[in-house]
Design a protein around this ligand. Structure first.
Ligand code: ME8
Length: 517
C-alpha cells in the first residue's frame, strides 16, 4: 500500500522500441533507473516507477511485414522480451506500459486535442528527406550522398527517401522563447549540464514547426477527427509518461499525486525529444512540466559501438549468467560515470568483482563476522569505550547517508558508490591496524569493540548499497540479524544490539575465478 504521508516521487525510463530484442544499453538504463527508484523508496518516498515499450510507427510495421507476421504479434513478442529482461534484472517497476494499451490511446488523443484547442496544430503539406529507421526528416545539410547515388542521414547512416504528405504541424517555432526561459529559470531541468548547454544552443538557433502526423502507414494512434492520419510516433511515445500517471482521468488520484514527473531517465540520443518537444507539447496543452530529464551516456563494448555486423552485441542475459546479477548491477553503476559514455569488458568486470566486492566488502564482512562467531559465541559483542579512531570511523560511516543522498539526487550513482567504498577502504585499514585477531588473545573486550565498529560499518554500507545490489546486501543484513523492518535509511543511525545472536557467517561476494571460464 502506498504511504499517503510520504512525498511522492515519479521516475520513468525511456520506453524501448520493440522492433528488436533488448541489448545491454537497455539493461543499463533499467538498472540505473531501478537503483534510483529503490533508493527513493528506502529513503521514505512514495515511488512510482514507470517503464515499457514504444510500439507504434512505420519501423514496427515494416519489421513485422519483413517477418511476415501481424504487427501486433511482433509487438507482443518483443514487449514480452523487454518485460522479461526487466524482471531478470530485478527491476522494481510499478507499471510496464505499452503504447498499444487502451488507456494510452485515450491519453494521446486528449493531449492532441488540448494542443489543437490552444491553436498550436494546423494542417499543411510536408515534404522532405525521411529516414524510416530514424523516424525523422533530415535537411539537405544533414545528408551524405553515397557512391551509388543514394542518400543517407549523415548522423546515423540510415537511408532517406524524398517524401511528400499531408501532415498536421505543431507550432514549435512559437515556443522558442518559452523554452529558453525554462532552461534559464530551471537550470536543473536538464542534466548533465553539458546536455543542457547543447539543448539551449540548439533552441537559440531557431525552431521550425514540427510535422506530427503521418498518412503513409496506419500502425499508430489515430488523429482525433481525422482518422486518415496517425500521430507521429514521438507524440504518442512521450505521452506515455502521462498515461502512466492516470492522465487524463483514468485515475485522478494517481495523476494528482504523481504528476508532474520528478525524473525522466533517458539516453543521450533522445535528449531533443524530451527537452524541446515534450516541454513544448505540455506548455501548449497547459500541463505542468516534468521537473528533470537526465540523459545517461552510451555503453560500448571495449570502447566500440555495438553493432550486429561487428558481432559484438552483448546479450544482457549472458552477462547476468556469467557474473551474477548484483555484481553486474554494481559494475554498471560503479564503473561508468553516470551521464558519460562508458565501456565494459570482461577484464573490467572481473576487476570490480574481485577488488571492490570480494576484497573490500566481502572480506571485511566475512573476517569480522567469523571472528565474532569464534570469540563471542556468535553474538554481537558489547563494545567498550570508543577510542578516537573508533569514533572517527563510526562518524564517517554515519555521515554516509547524507553524502550518498546528495549524489543520488543529482544522479551521480558512481560517486555515491565511491563514497561507500572509501569508507570500506578506511575500515579495512582500521582492521589491519587494530589486529583484532591478536587482541582476541590478549584483550578480548578491546577485540569486541573493534569488531563491533567493523560490523557497524558493514551494516551501514549494506543498507546504503541496497538500491544497487538488493539481493547480496540483503544477505549481509541477514548475517547481521538486522530485522527486515530496520533496513530503510531511517534506521541507518541506529546501532547493532549487543548480544543479539547472529547466524553462521558465509561469504556473500565470492571472487571471480577466471580459470573457470
Ligand atoms: O529511443 N547504451 O527507444 P530505443 C546506453 N522508443 N543506452 C542506450 C544504448 C546504448 N548503447 N542504446 C540505446 C527509443 N540506449 C524510443 C524512446 S521515450 C518516450 C521513446 C537507450 O529502444 C536509449 O538512449 O532505441 C533510450 O533511452 C533507451 O535505450 C531506449 O532506446
Amino acid at each position: 500500500m502506498a504511504d499517503d504521508t510520504a512525498t511522492p516521487f515519479y521516475v520513468t525510463t525511456a520506453i524501448a522500441y520493440p522492433n528488436g530484442v533488448p541489448h545491454i544499453g537497455h539493461a543499463y538504463e533499467y538498472v540505473s533507473a531501478d537503483a534510483i527508484a529503490r533508493f527513493k523508496r528506502l529513503d521514505g518516498f512514495d515511488v512510482r516507477f514507470l517503464t515499457g515499450t514504444d510500439e507504434h510507427g512505420q519501423k514496427m510495421q515494416q519489421t513485422a511485414a519483413a517477418e511476415g507476421i501481424p504487427t501486433r504479434d511482433l509487438a507482443d513478442r518483443n514487449a514480452a522480451a523487454f518485460r522479461a529482461l526487466q524482471e531478470t534484472l530485478g527491476s522494481s517497476f510499478d507499471r510496464f506500459i505499452r503504447t498499444t494499451d487502451a488507456d494510452h490511446e485515450v491519453a494521446s488523443q486528449e493531449l492532441w486535442r488540448r494542443m489543437a484547442d490552444a491553436g498550436d496544430i494546423y494542417l499543411d503539406t510536408f515534404s522532405g528527406w525521411y529516414s524510416v529507421r530514424d523516424e525523422a526528416y533530415f535537411g539537405e545539410d544533414e545528408l551524405t550522398t553515397l557512391e551509388d547515388g543514394s542518400r543517407v542521414a549523415t548522423a546515423t547512416g540510415t537511408p532517406v527517401e524524398w517524401t511528400e504528405e499531408a501532415s498536421y504541424f505543431f507550432r514549435l517555432s512559437a515556443y522558442q522563447d518559452r523554452l529558453l526561459a525554462l532552461y534559464e529559470s530551471q537550470p536543473d531541468f536538464i542534466g548533465p549540464v553539458t546536455r543542457r548547454n547543447e539543448v539551449a544552443s540548439f533552441v537559440a538557433g531557431g525552431l521550425r514547426d514540427l510535422s506530427i502526423s503521418r498518412t503513409n502507414f496506419d500502425w499508430g494512434v489515430p488523429v482525433p477527427g481525422d482518422p486518415d492520419h496517425v500521430m507521429y510516433v514521438w507524440v504518442d511515445a512521450l505521452t506515455n509518461y502521462l498515461t502512466g500517471a492516470g492522465f487524463p482521468d483514468t485515475d485522478p488520484a494517481l495523476l494528482e499525486r504523481f504528476w508532474p514527473a520528478d525524473l525522466h531517465i533517458i539516453g543521450k540520443d533522445i535528449v531533443r525529444f524530451h527537452c524541446v518537444y515534450w516541454p513544448a507539447f505540455l506548455m501548449s496543452a497547459g500541463i505542468e512540466l516534468p521537473k528533470r530529464v537526465f540523459a545517461h551516456g552510451f555503453l560500448f563494448n571495449k570502447g566500440e559501438k555495438m553493432s550486429k555486423s561487428v558481432g559484438n552485441v552483448v546479450d544482457p542475459y549472458a552477462l547476468v549468467d556469467q557474473y551474477g546479477l548484483d555484481p553486474l548491477r554494481f559494475f554498471l553503476l560503479r564503473e561508468v560515470s553516470y551521464g558519460q559514455d562508458g565501456s565494459y569488458s570482461h577484464e573490467a568486470i572481473v576487476s570490480r568483482i574481485n577488488a571492490d566486492l570480494a576484497n573490500e566488502f566481502g572480506n571485511l564482512a566475512q573476517r569480522s563476522l567469523s571472528m565474532i562467531a569464534k570469540n563471542f559465541d556468535g553474538g554481537v559483542p558489547e563494545p567498550g569505550d570508543f577510542t578516537d579512531d573508533d569514533s572517527a570511523l563510526l562518524a564517517r560511516a554515519d555521515g554516509l547517508l547524507e553524502r550518498v543522498r546528495a549524489e543520488f539526487d543529482v544522479q551521480a550513482m558512481h560517486l555515491a558508490l565511491e563514497a561507500l567504498w572509501e569508507v570500506l577502504g578506511e575500515t579495512n585499514r582500521y582492521i589491519s591496524a587494530q589486529e583484532p585477531w591478536k587482541l582476541a588473545k590478549t584483550d578480548l573486550s578491546r577485540a569486541g569493540t573493534v569488531l563491533y565498529v567493523c560490523a557497524e560499518v558493514v551494516r551501514i554500507v549494506a543498507i546504503l548499497a541496497q538500491p544497487v545490489m538488493p539481493e547480496s546486501t540483503g544477505r549481509i543484513l541477514d548475517l547481521l540479524a538486522v530485522d527486515a523492518g530496520a533496513r530503510t535509511f531511517a534506521h541507518v543511525g541506529e546501532r547493532l544490539t549487543p548480544g543479539s545472536v547472529l547466524p553462521k557467517p558465509s561469504p556473500v561476494f565470492p571472487r571471480y575465478d577466471d580459470s573457470r571460464d
